[in-house]
Design a binder for this molecule. Structure first.
Ligand code: FMN
Length: 399
């Protein structure tokens, strides 16, 4: 049975949810599922904004057929050629053989790389700023290269002033009936997942996000329709401000995230001591993660949110404990920068952990090391407490 939402009198959400998928991109856990959004404009011409993932094709096609109500589909706009939004192109071509596929040079290259169907005569290539009239509605194409992939474009609908923003402004988390963010308790239900989505999926491309935010600033936007998560029709400055912070790699909050690896509990013990001493000084809302326990996507999201990071890890096979090495690799790959970092290393016979963590941090931009790295030999001894207190004082002073 179809399940559609009306966004405006002539624009409909025809997407769906997947609450069964274990991991997005087979990597990121989805405890609350994910929404695949697709939007249909019913005007003199009909236009569909992207399709959905193959897992929900049946419902999507039912939704689409219902809203089209016997009419044909004139345009399929491909804002993003990633398979979780493109799985239905071939089926749509079978159903609507005259349909024009609207995209740019990269879009068509990617279609041909992913799929084998012959479709060149359906191509409708657009360039930056081009406009396409559907009757009362006019679409304007705004290229957003590397706001995830190179072919990405935003489509701005001039009559209703809607920005169809591809993956930008998206979130993990299925839609529970309330399509609009203002109908949800966004901060409790979606904000952490929106941050985890942004930082892990788009985080590397902050400069490109900044570039497209500047282009978008010249538009009068009344609604933002992303390909994942809720639609924004109120409080747009709220989500635009979050994106501005995230893409500038600016922390949202002065605070501390402690991230550690530990086999026998001695490094963990030092991290608990640091956190406890900071709490005594009045630091609130700290987060602590064991890299072997928590999926890195959650830790990355909080590393993005907070201003200070404390890293602690043992030496392992003359290098750094693998889980911490992997976490630092992700921080570097996503280009996280502008954080203040304290380091705790542990070893039993030859200290490589501290050196390795400092070396990885040096590769990142504007990572300020707080105080002197704190080293322990297997376990912390009482005589080291003044040295640890000094590091805690340094962290506190820099907050
Ligand atoms: C497989 C393995 C390899 C290790 N390699 C080293 C090493 O190369 N150099 C070193 O000093 N300690 C090495 N260690 C010892 C740990 O770094 C050390 O015992 C540390 O105190 C463990 O910290 P934890 O109590 O937080 O787990 C190794 C331990 C294991 C299990």
């Amino acid at each position: 049975m179809r399940c559609v939402h009306k966004i405006t009198p002539q624009i409909f959400w025809v997407g769906g949810n997947d609450r069964r998928l274990e991991r997005f991109e087979n990597m990121f856990p989805l405890p609350n599922g994910v929404a695949y959004n697709s939007y249909l404009i019913m005007d003199e011409k009909t236009a569909l904004m992207d399709t959905v993932d193959s897992s929900i094709s049946a419902l999507f096609l039912e939704n689409l057929t219902h809203v089209l109500n016997g009419r044909k589909l004139d345009y399929l706009i491909i804002n993003h050629m990633e398979p979780d939004h493109c799985a239905n192109i071939e089926e749509l071509l079978h159903r609507y053989p005259d349909m024009k596929i609207v995209g740019n040079k990269n879009t068509f290259q990617f279609i041909e790389q992913f799929y084998s169907f012959e479709t060149k005569e359906n191509y409708f290539e657009v360039k930056e700023g081009d406009e396409l009239s559907l009757g009362g509605h006019t679409l304007q194409f705004i290229f957003a290269p590397m706001v995830h992939w190179p072919e990405v474009m935003f489509t701005y609908e001039q009559k209703e002033k809607i920005l169809f923003s591809a993956d930008a402004f998206g979130s993990f988390g299925a839609i529970s009936g309330n399509l609009f963010s203002d109908q949800t308790d966004f901060e409790s239900v979606y904000l952490d997942e929106a941050r985890r989505y942004y930082t892990n999926i788009v985080g590397k491309y902050g400069d490109q996000v900044q570039a497209v935010l500047k282009k978008a600033a010249s538009l009068d936007i009344r609604m933002i329709c992303s390909l994942h998560g809720p639609v924004w029709r109120e409080s747009l400055p709220y989500i635009l401000d979050k994106y501005d912070h995230w893409s500038k790699y600016e922390p949202e909050k002065q605070g501390v995230v402690l991230v550690y690896a530990s086999m026998y509990g001695n490094t963990e013990n030092v991290m608990n001591l640091i956190a406890g001493k900071l709490a005594e000084k009045g630091v609130e809302d700290m987060r602590m993660y064991d890299v072997s326990k928590t999926h890195p996507s959650y830790i990355i999201a909080d590393a993005w949110k907070f201003s200070h990071i404390v890293l602690g890890a043992p030496t392992y096979n003359m290098g750094l404990y693998y889980g911490m090495q992997a976490f630092l690799h992700e921080m570097a790959a996503l280009r996280l920068r502008n954080r203040k970092v304290a380091v705790v290393g542990n070893h039993t016979w030859a200290n490589m952990a501290t050196k390795s963590m400092l070396c990885e941090l040096e590769k990142m931009k504007n990572m300020e090391i707080i105080g002197a790295p704190f080293d322990i030999k297997s376990s912390m001894k009482a005589h080291q407490e003044p040295e640890l207190n000094k590091l805690v004082d340094d962290i506190y002073a820099s907050l």
